[in-house]
Design a protein around this ligand. Structure first.
Ligand SMILES: NC(=O)c1ccc[n+]([C@@H]2O[C@H](COP(=O)([O-])OP(=O)(O)OC[C@H]3O[C@@H](n4cnc5c(N)ncnc54)[C@H](O)[C@@H]3O)[C@@H](O)[C@H]2O)c1
Length: 430
Protein backbone atom coordinates (compact mmCIF):
# COMPACT_ATOMS: atom_id res chain seq x y z
CA UNK A 1 0.00 0.00 0.00
CA UNK A 2 1.36 3.41 -0.98
CA UNK A 3 1.96 5.71 1.98
CA UNK A 4 -0.09 8.89 1.94
CA UNK A 5 1.65 12.01 3.29
CA UNK A 6 -0.16 14.05 5.95
CA UNK A 7 0.48 17.43 7.55
CA UNK A 8 -1.29 18.29 10.80
CA UNK A 9 -2.59 21.86 11.23
CA UNK A 10 -3.02 22.40 14.96
CA UNK A 11 -1.11 20.20 17.41
CA UNK A 12 -4.07 20.04 19.77
CA UNK A 13 -4.75 17.40 22.39
CA UNK A 14 -7.13 15.81 19.90
CA UNK A 15 -4.48 15.88 17.17
CA UNK A 16 -1.97 14.11 19.39
CA UNK A 17 -4.10 11.23 20.67
CA UNK A 18 -6.46 10.78 17.74
CA UNK A 19 -4.21 11.22 14.71
CA UNK A 20 -0.49 11.71 15.40
CA UNK A 21 -0.13 8.76 17.80
CA UNK A 22 -2.16 6.30 15.67
CA UNK A 23 -0.50 7.47 12.43
CA UNK A 24 2.95 6.75 13.80
CA UNK A 25 1.93 3.46 15.41
CA UNK A 26 -1.02 1.52 13.90
CA UNK A 27 -1.07 3.18 10.47
CA UNK A 28 2.62 3.49 9.72
CA UNK A 29 2.31 1.22 6.68
CA UNK A 30 -0.10 3.56 4.91
CA UNK A 31 0.39 7.00 6.48
CA UNK A 32 3.39 9.27 6.85
CA UNK A 33 3.39 12.38 9.03
CA UNK A 34 5.47 14.91 7.09
CA UNK A 35 4.77 18.11 9.05
CA UNK A 36 3.08 19.66 12.04
CA UNK A 37 1.98 23.28 12.28
CA UNK A 38 0.76 25.42 15.18
CA UNK A 39 0.92 29.00 16.43
CA UNK A 40 2.40 27.80 19.70
CA UNK A 41 5.92 26.24 19.64
CA UNK A 42 5.29 24.60 23.02
CA UNK A 43 2.76 22.32 21.33
CA UNK A 44 5.52 20.63 19.29
CA UNK A 45 7.39 19.85 22.48
CA UNK A 46 4.25 18.57 24.24
CA UNK A 47 3.48 16.35 21.24
CA UNK A 48 6.99 14.97 20.97
CA UNK A 49 7.04 14.15 24.68
CA UNK A 50 3.75 12.28 24.40
CA UNK A 51 4.56 10.59 21.08
CA UNK A 52 8.36 10.12 20.92
CA UNK A 53 7.98 8.52 17.45
CA UNK A 54 7.24 12.08 16.19
CA UNK A 55 10.66 13.40 17.22
CA UNK A 56 11.92 14.03 13.67
CA UNK A 57 8.70 15.43 12.20
CA UNK A 58 9.35 18.96 10.87
CA UNK A 59 7.66 21.81 12.77
CA UNK A 60 6.16 24.91 11.19
CA UNK A 61 4.64 28.00 12.74
CA UNK A 62 1.28 29.07 11.33
CA UNK A 63 2.81 31.92 9.34
CA UNK A 64 4.88 29.33 7.42
CA UNK A 65 1.93 27.40 6.00
CA UNK A 66 2.99 27.92 2.36
CA UNK A 67 6.57 27.02 3.19
CA UNK A 68 5.32 23.81 4.80
CA UNK A 69 3.22 22.93 1.75
CA UNK A 70 6.12 23.54 -0.63
CA UNK A 71 8.80 21.82 1.44
CA UNK A 72 6.88 18.74 2.59
CA UNK A 73 4.33 18.31 -0.24
CA UNK A 74 1.61 16.54 1.76
CA UNK A 75 -1.20 14.65 0.00
CA UNK A 76 -3.62 15.61 2.75
CA UNK A 77 -4.06 18.01 5.67
CA UNK A 78 -5.48 17.06 9.03
CA UNK A 79 -7.12 20.21 10.40
CA UNK A 80 -7.32 19.84 14.18
CA UNK A 81 -6.69 23.33 15.55
CA UNK A 82 -9.01 25.71 17.37
CA UNK A 83 -12.31 25.68 15.44
CA UNK A 84 -12.21 29.29 14.22
CA UNK A 85 -9.12 28.60 12.09
CA UNK A 86 -10.43 25.45 10.39
CA UNK A 87 -11.85 27.39 7.45
CA UNK A 88 -8.53 29.04 6.69
CA UNK A 89 -6.55 25.77 6.53
CA UNK A 90 -9.28 23.89 4.67
CA UNK A 91 -9.59 26.54 1.96
CA UNK A 92 -5.83 27.01 1.65
CA UNK A 93 -5.27 23.25 1.52
CA UNK A 94 -7.90 22.88 -1.21
CA UNK A 95 -6.05 25.63 -3.06
CA UNK A 96 -3.08 23.24 -3.20
CA UNK A 97 -5.40 20.47 -4.54
CA UNK A 98 -4.84 18.25 -1.51
CA UNK A 99 -7.46 16.33 0.48
CA UNK A 100 -8.49 17.82 3.80
CA UNK A 101 -9.66 15.92 6.85
CA UNK A 102 -11.34 18.39 9.18
CA UNK A 103 -12.19 17.82 12.80
CA UNK A 104 -15.68 18.84 13.67
CA UNK A 105 -17.00 21.47 13.42
CA UNK A 106 -15.76 22.05 9.88
CA UNK A 107 -16.28 25.80 10.43
CA UNK A 108 -17.80 28.02 13.11
CA UNK A 109 -20.59 29.47 10.98
CA UNK A 110 -22.69 28.82 7.87
CA UNK A 111 -20.99 31.45 5.75
CA UNK A 112 -17.59 29.81 6.22
CA UNK A 113 -19.05 26.35 5.57
CA UNK A 114 -20.33 27.60 2.21
CA UNK A 115 -16.83 28.96 1.47
CA UNK A 116 -15.44 25.45 2.02
CA UNK A 117 -17.96 23.91 -0.38
CA UNK A 118 -17.14 26.56 -3.02
CA UNK A 119 -13.38 25.97 -2.63
CA UNK A 120 -13.86 22.22 -2.86
CA UNK A 121 -15.73 22.58 -6.16
CA UNK A 122 -12.68 24.27 -7.68
CA UNK A 123 -10.17 21.84 -6.19
CA UNK A 124 -8.97 18.33 -6.97
CA UNK A 125 -8.93 17.74 -3.21
CA UNK A 126 -11.86 16.36 -1.21
CA UNK A 127 -13.01 17.23 2.32
CA UNK A 128 -13.79 14.68 5.00
CA UNK A 129 -15.53 15.77 8.21
CA UNK A 130 -14.68 13.58 11.15
CA UNK A 131 -18.11 13.00 12.65
CA UNK A 132 -16.87 10.13 14.80
CA UNK A 133 -20.15 9.71 16.74
CA UNK A 134 -21.56 8.00 13.65
CA UNK A 135 -19.06 5.22 14.32
CA UNK A 136 -20.28 4.43 17.83
CA UNK A 137 -21.65 0.88 17.34
CA UNK A 138 -25.05 1.81 18.79
CA UNK A 139 -25.34 4.75 16.42
CA UNK A 140 -24.31 2.68 13.43
CA UNK A 141 -26.85 0.00 14.38
CA UNK A 142 -29.62 2.60 14.58
CA UNK A 143 -28.68 3.83 11.10
CA UNK A 144 -28.89 0.28 9.81
CA UNK A 145 -32.31 -0.25 11.41
CA UNK A 146 -33.78 2.92 9.97
CA UNK A 147 -32.10 2.43 6.59
CA UNK A 148 -33.55 -1.08 6.34
CA UNK A 149 -37.08 0.30 6.86
CA UNK A 150 -37.79 -1.24 10.28
CA UNK A 151 -39.91 1.69 11.47
CA UNK A 152 -41.19 2.74 8.03
CA UNK A 153 -40.95 6.43 7.26
CA UNK A 154 -39.45 8.34 10.18
CA UNK A 155 -41.86 11.09 11.25
CA UNK A 156 -40.32 12.46 14.45
CA UNK A 157 -37.07 12.35 16.43
CA UNK A 158 -36.78 13.22 20.09
CA UNK A 159 -33.20 13.82 21.31
CA UNK A 160 -32.18 15.19 24.70
CA UNK A 161 -28.48 15.39 25.46
CA UNK A 162 -26.92 15.86 28.91
CA UNK A 163 -23.31 16.96 29.41
CA UNK A 164 -22.25 16.54 33.00
CA UNK A 165 -20.75 19.07 35.42
CA UNK A 166 -17.17 18.03 34.64
CA UNK A 167 -17.37 17.72 30.89
CA UNK A 168 -19.88 20.59 30.56
CA UNK A 169 -17.86 23.01 32.66
CA UNK A 170 -14.65 22.18 30.75
CA UNK A 171 -15.92 24.15 27.75
CA UNK A 172 -16.29 27.25 29.90
CA UNK A 173 -12.68 27.17 31.08
CA UNK A 174 -11.25 27.18 27.58
CA UNK A 175 -11.35 28.95 24.21
CA UNK A 176 -14.58 27.11 23.42
CA UNK A 177 -16.53 29.55 25.59
CA UNK A 178 -16.37 32.32 23.00
CA UNK A 179 -18.77 32.31 20.06
CA UNK A 180 -16.00 33.61 17.76
CA UNK A 181 -13.72 30.65 18.60
CA UNK A 182 -16.12 27.72 18.58
CA UNK A 183 -19.30 28.98 16.98
CA UNK A 184 -20.92 28.32 20.42
CA UNK A 185 -21.90 24.95 21.86
CA UNK A 186 -24.82 24.61 19.45
CA UNK A 187 -22.11 24.26 16.79
CA UNK A 188 -19.01 23.05 18.65
CA UNK A 189 -20.83 20.27 20.50
CA UNK A 190 -24.32 19.93 19.05
CA UNK A 191 -23.09 19.68 15.46
CA UNK A 192 -22.23 16.08 16.43
CA UNK A 193 -25.83 15.51 17.48
CA UNK A 194 -27.38 17.32 14.53
CA UNK A 195 -25.16 15.38 12.17
CA UNK A 196 -26.28 12.11 13.73
CA UNK A 197 -29.94 12.94 13.21
CA UNK A 198 -29.32 14.27 9.68
CA UNK A 199 -27.54 11.01 8.86
CA UNK A 200 -30.01 8.69 10.60
CA UNK A 201 -33.07 10.13 8.88
CA UNK A 202 -31.35 11.07 5.62
CA UNK A 203 -32.53 14.59 6.30
CA UNK A 204 -31.77 17.96 4.79
CA UNK A 205 -32.61 20.61 7.40
CA UNK A 206 -34.81 23.50 6.30
CA UNK A 207 -36.32 25.36 9.28
CA UNK A 208 -34.94 25.90 12.79
CA UNK A 209 -36.29 27.59 15.88
CA UNK A 210 -34.65 27.67 19.32
CA UNK A 211 -34.69 29.07 22.82
CA UNK A 212 -31.67 29.13 25.11
CA UNK A 213 -29.97 30.65 28.12
CA UNK A 214 -26.75 30.86 30.09
CA UNK A 215 -27.92 29.45 33.42
CA UNK A 216 -24.92 27.80 35.06
CA UNK A 217 -21.76 29.58 33.92
CA UNK A 218 -20.87 33.26 33.54
CA UNK A 219 -21.07 35.75 36.45
CA UNK A 220 -24.67 34.89 37.29
CA UNK A 221 -24.01 31.15 37.64
CA UNK A 222 -25.69 30.05 40.86
CA UNK A 223 -22.46 28.52 42.26
CA UNK A 224 -20.19 31.48 41.50
CA UNK A 225 -18.36 32.14 44.80
CA UNK A 226 -17.99 35.84 43.99
CA UNK A 227 -18.46 38.15 41.02
CA UNK A 228 -14.91 38.74 39.90
CA UNK A 229 -13.27 38.37 36.50
CA UNK A 230 -9.88 36.88 35.67
CA UNK A 231 -9.58 34.06 38.22
CA UNK A 232 -7.77 30.84 37.23
CA UNK A 233 -8.60 27.48 38.82
CA UNK A 234 -5.04 26.38 39.44
CA UNK A 235 -4.32 29.17 41.89
CA UNK A 236 -7.86 30.18 42.80
CA UNK A 237 -8.27 31.07 46.45
CA UNK A 238 -11.99 30.36 46.21
CA UNK A 239 -11.75 26.83 44.87
CA UNK A 240 -13.26 25.27 47.98
CA UNK A 241 -16.23 27.60 47.64
CA UNK A 242 -16.67 26.52 44.02
CA UNK A 243 -18.65 23.24 44.08
CA UNK A 244 -17.63 22.35 40.51
CA UNK A 245 -14.01 22.18 41.68
CA UNK A 246 -14.49 21.23 45.34
CA UNK A 247 -16.12 18.05 43.98
CA UNK A 248 -12.59 16.85 43.06
CA UNK A 249 -10.27 18.96 45.19
CA UNK A 250 -9.33 18.97 48.84
CA UNK A 251 -8.09 22.10 50.59
CA UNK A 252 -4.50 21.13 49.97
CA UNK A 253 -4.68 19.53 46.54
CA UNK A 254 -4.09 20.94 43.12
CA UNK A 255 -7.19 20.99 41.01
CA UNK A 256 -7.33 17.95 38.83
CA UNK A 257 -10.16 17.77 36.38
CA UNK A 258 -9.52 15.91 33.18
CA UNK A 259 -12.25 15.49 30.65
CA UNK A 260 -12.63 13.48 27.49
CA UNK A 261 -10.65 15.80 25.30
CA UNK A 262 -8.44 17.90 27.51
CA UNK A 263 -5.66 16.84 29.67
CA UNK A 264 -4.66 20.45 29.84
CA UNK A 265 -5.67 20.75 33.43
CA UNK A 266 -3.04 18.65 35.07
CA UNK A 267 -1.91 20.87 37.86
CA UNK A 268 0.52 23.65 37.06
CA UNK A 269 2.23 21.96 34.08
CA UNK A 270 2.11 24.38 31.19
CA UNK A 271 0.79 22.82 27.99
CA UNK A 272 -0.08 25.97 26.03
CA UNK A 273 1.60 29.36 25.89
CA UNK A 274 -1.16 31.17 23.98
CA UNK A 275 -3.96 30.66 26.49
CA UNK A 276 -4.78 29.12 29.84
CA UNK A 277 -7.21 26.21 29.92
CA UNK A 278 -8.15 26.90 33.55
CA UNK A 279 -9.90 30.24 33.04
CA UNK A 280 -12.79 30.78 35.44
CA UNK A 281 -16.11 29.42 34.21
CA UNK A 282 -17.83 32.42 35.82
CA UNK A 283 -16.00 35.10 33.77
CA UNK A 284 -18.19 37.75 32.20
CA UNK A 285 -16.70 37.46 28.70
CA UNK A 286 -18.56 34.16 28.08
CA UNK A 287 -20.95 34.72 25.19
CA UNK A 288 -22.46 31.29 24.53
CA UNK A 289 -25.39 29.35 26.02
CA UNK A 290 -25.33 26.31 28.30
CA UNK A 291 -29.00 25.35 27.98
CA UNK A 292 -31.00 25.22 24.74
CA UNK A 293 -33.92 23.61 23.02
CA UNK A 294 -34.60 23.54 19.29
CA UNK A 295 -37.20 22.44 16.76
CA UNK A 296 -36.00 21.45 13.32
CA UNK A 297 -38.02 20.59 10.21
CA UNK A 298 -36.41 18.56 7.43
CA UNK A 299 -37.16 18.62 3.71
CA UNK A 300 -38.44 15.03 3.89
CA UNK A 301 -40.98 16.02 6.55
CA UNK A 302 -39.14 14.62 9.58
CA UNK A 303 -39.51 16.74 12.73
CA UNK A 304 -36.75 16.88 15.37
CA UNK A 305 -37.03 18.22 18.86
CA UNK A 306 -33.70 18.58 20.58
CA UNK A 307 -32.32 19.84 23.86
CA UNK A 308 -28.83 20.20 25.34
CA UNK A 309 -27.83 20.90 28.94
CA UNK A 310 -24.22 21.46 29.97
CA UNK A 311 -24.37 21.15 33.75
CA UNK A 312 -26.12 17.90 34.58
CA UNK A 313 -25.34 15.41 37.37
CA UNK A 314 -24.57 12.67 34.83
CA UNK A 315 -23.72 12.42 31.15
CA UNK A 316 -25.86 10.82 28.49
CA UNK A 317 -28.87 11.12 26.25
CA UNK A 318 -32.44 9.99 25.64
CA UNK A 319 -33.23 9.25 22.01
CA UNK A 320 -36.42 8.08 20.30
CA UNK A 321 -37.56 7.78 16.69
CA UNK A 322 -41.23 7.56 15.80
CA UNK A 323 -42.06 6.11 12.39
CA UNK A 324 -45.10 5.01 10.40
CA UNK A 325 -44.33 1.37 11.25
CA UNK A 326 -42.82 1.56 14.73
CA UNK A 327 -40.54 3.22 17.24
CA UNK A 328 -36.90 2.95 18.27
CA UNK A 329 -35.62 4.04 21.68
CA UNK A 330 -32.26 4.08 23.39
CA UNK A 331 -30.65 5.78 26.35
CA UNK A 332 -27.03 6.27 27.28
CA UNK A 333 -25.75 7.23 30.70
CA UNK A 334 -22.24 7.72 32.01
CA UNK A 335 -19.91 10.41 33.20
CA UNK A 336 -19.21 11.53 36.72
CA UNK A 337 -22.51 10.51 38.28
CA UNK A 338 -20.90 7.37 39.67
CA UNK A 339 -23.34 5.14 41.49
CA UNK A 340 -26.05 7.74 41.19
CA UNK A 341 -26.56 7.08 37.48
CA UNK A 342 -30.05 6.18 36.39
CA UNK A 343 -29.47 2.88 34.69
CA UNK A 344 -32.46 1.37 33.03
CA UNK A 345 -30.21 -0.70 30.77
CA UNK A 346 -29.44 -4.26 31.94
CA UNK A 347 -25.95 -4.55 33.40
CA UNK A 348 -25.19 -0.99 32.42
CA UNK A 349 -24.99 -1.93 28.73
CA UNK A 350 -26.71 0.38 26.29
CA UNK A 351 -29.47 -1.44 24.40
CA UNK A 352 -31.79 -0.43 21.57
CA UNK A 353 -35.51 -1.14 21.94
CA UNK A 354 -37.58 -1.62 18.81
CA UNK A 355 -41.36 -1.43 19.03
CA UNK A 356 -43.21 -2.59 15.88
CA UNK A 357 -46.30 -0.40 15.53
CA UNK A 358 -48.93 -3.01 16.46
CA UNK A 359 -47.18 -5.55 18.66
CA UNK A 360 -44.51 -6.27 21.26
CA UNK A 361 -40.93 -5.21 21.60
CA UNK A 362 -37.53 -6.45 20.47
CA UNK A 363 -34.41 -5.64 22.46
CA UNK A 364 -31.13 -5.39 20.60
CA UNK A 365 -27.80 -5.75 22.35
CA UNK A 366 -25.02 -4.08 20.46
CA UNK A 367 -21.47 -5.37 20.70
CA UNK A 368 -19.34 -2.89 22.64
CA UNK A 369 -16.08 -1.52 21.32
CA UNK A 370 -13.19 -0.15 23.31
CA UNK A 371 -11.87 3.36 22.75
CA UNK A 372 -12.94 6.98 22.66
CA UNK A 373 -16.48 8.11 21.85
CA UNK A 374 -18.09 4.73 22.42
CA UNK A 375 -15.46 2.98 20.32
CA UNK A 376 -16.10 5.25 17.34
CA UNK A 377 -12.66 6.90 17.30
CA UNK A 378 -10.74 3.77 16.33
CA UNK A 379 -13.08 2.81 13.50
CA UNK A 380 -13.20 6.27 11.92
CA UNK A 381 -9.39 6.32 12.01
CA UNK A 382 -9.40 3.13 9.95
CA UNK A 383 -11.75 4.68 7.39
CA UNK A 384 -9.55 7.79 7.22
CA UNK A 385 -6.20 6.05 6.87
CA UNK A 386 -7.12 2.76 5.18
CA UNK A 387 -10.00 4.08 3.06
CA UNK A 388 -13.69 3.40 3.67
CA UNK A 389 -14.64 -0.15 4.54
CA UNK A 390 -16.07 -1.55 1.27
CA UNK A 391 -18.29 -4.01 3.18
CA UNK A 392 -20.53 -1.27 4.56
CA UNK A 393 -23.99 -0.90 3.06
CA UNK A 394 -24.45 2.82 3.62
CA UNK A 395 -22.33 5.98 3.60
CA UNK A 396 -20.76 6.76 6.96
CA UNK A 397 -17.66 8.90 6.42
CA UNK A 398 -19.01 12.46 6.37
CA UNK A 399 -18.34 14.99 3.61
CA UNK A 400 -18.30 18.77 3.50
CA UNK A 401 -22.04 18.92 2.76
CA UNK A 402 -22.68 17.03 5.99
CA UNK A 403 -20.52 19.59 7.78
CA UNK A 404 -22.58 22.40 6.25
CA UNK A 405 -25.90 20.83 7.26
CA UNK A 406 -24.89 20.25 10.88
CA UNK A 407 -23.23 23.66 11.27
CA UNK A 408 -26.10 25.55 9.71
CA UNK A 409 -28.53 24.04 12.22
CA UNK A 410 -26.21 25.01 15.10
CA UNK A 411 -25.71 28.51 13.70
CA UNK A 412 -29.46 28.94 13.27
CA UNK A 413 -29.99 27.75 16.85
CA UNK A 414 -27.61 30.42 18.17
CA UNK A 415 -29.18 33.17 16.06
CA UNK A 416 -32.73 32.08 16.81
CA UNK A 417 -31.98 32.23 20.55
CA UNK A 418 -30.85 35.83 20.03
CA UNK A 419 -33.78 37.10 17.98
CA UNK A 420 -36.57 34.57 18.58
CA UNK A 421 -37.14 34.05 14.84
CA UNK A 422 -37.59 30.84 12.86
CA UNK A 423 -34.52 30.45 10.61
CA UNK A 424 -35.11 29.45 7.01
CA UNK A 425 -32.13 27.53 5.58
CA UNK A 426 -33.70 26.76 2.19
CA UNK A 427 -31.95 29.48 0.17
CA UNK A 428 -28.47 28.00 0.59
CA UNK A 429 -29.04 24.41 1.72
CA UNK A 430 -27.47 21.67 -0.38
N1 LIG B 1 -14.57 14.71 17.21
C1 LIG B 1 -14.45 14.83 18.51
O1 LIG B 1 -15.05 14.07 19.24
C2 LIG B 1 -13.55 15.90 19.08
C3 LIG B 1 -13.14 15.84 20.42
C4 LIG B 1 -12.30 16.85 20.90
C5 LIG B 1 -11.91 17.90 20.06
N2 LIG B 1 -12.34 17.93 18.77
C6 LIG B 1 -11.93 19.01 17.87
O2 LIG B 1 -10.52 18.96 17.74
C7 LIG B 1 -10.00 20.29 17.63
C8 LIG B 1 -8.97 20.53 18.73
O3 LIG B 1 -9.64 20.52 19.98
P1 LIG B 1 -8.83 20.35 21.35
O4 LIG B 1 -9.82 20.50 22.44
O5 LIG B 1 -8.01 19.13 21.29
O6 LIG B 1 -7.94 21.67 21.27
P2 LIG B 1 -6.68 22.17 22.17
O7 LIG B 1 -7.14 23.31 23.00
O8 LIG B 1 -6.04 20.99 22.84
O9 LIG B 1 -5.69 22.69 21.07
C9 LIG B 1 -5.99 23.71 20.18
C10 LIG B 1 -4.74 23.89 19.34
O10 LIG B 1 -4.99 24.82 18.28
C11 LIG B 1 -3.80 25.61 18.18
N3 LIG B 1 -4.09 26.83 17.42
C12 LIG B 1 -4.77 27.93 17.81
N4 LIG B 1 -4.80 28.81 16.82
C13 LIG B 1 -4.15 28.26 15.77
C14 LIG B 1 -3.86 28.70 14.46
N5 LIG B 1 -4.25 29.89 14.00
N6 LIG B 1 -3.18 27.87 13.64
C15 LIG B 1 -2.76 26.65 14.06
N7 LIG B 1 -3.01 26.20 15.30
C16 LIG B 1 -3.70 26.98 16.14
C17 LIG B 1 -3.40 25.85 19.63
O11 LIG B 1 -2.11 26.36 19.77
C18 LIG B 1 -3.57 24.45 20.17
O12 LIG B 1 -2.42 23.66 19.95
C19 LIG B 1 -11.20 21.24 17.70
O13 LIG B 1 -11.61 21.56 16.40
C20 LIG B 1 -12.25 20.40 18.39
O14 LIG B 1 -13.55 20.80 18.04
C21 LIG B 1 -13.14 16.94 18.27
Amino acid sequence: MERKKYAVCGVSSRAIYMYIGPMLRQFQHCAELVAMLDIDPLRFQVCKEQVPEAKDVPEYLAADFDKMMKETRPDALLVVCMDRFHVEYIVRGLGYDVDVISEKPMTTNTEDALKVLAAEEKSKGKVICTFNYRYNPVHTKIKEMIWSGKIGKVTHVDLNWYIDIKHGSSYFHRWNRMRENSGSLSIHKSSHHFDLVNWWVDGIPEYVHAFGALNHYGPDGVFNPSKKDGRHCNECTEKMQCPYKARWATRNSAIFAKDDHINAFEGPKKLFTTYRPDMCMFDSEINIFDTFIANIKYRNGVLLNYSANFSTPYEGYHLAFNGTRGRIETMSFGGVGGEALPDPNPDGVQVIDYFPIFEGRERINVVKREGGHGGGDGVICEDIFLGEDPARKFDILAKSVDGLRAISIGDAVYNSILDGQVKDLTSFMK
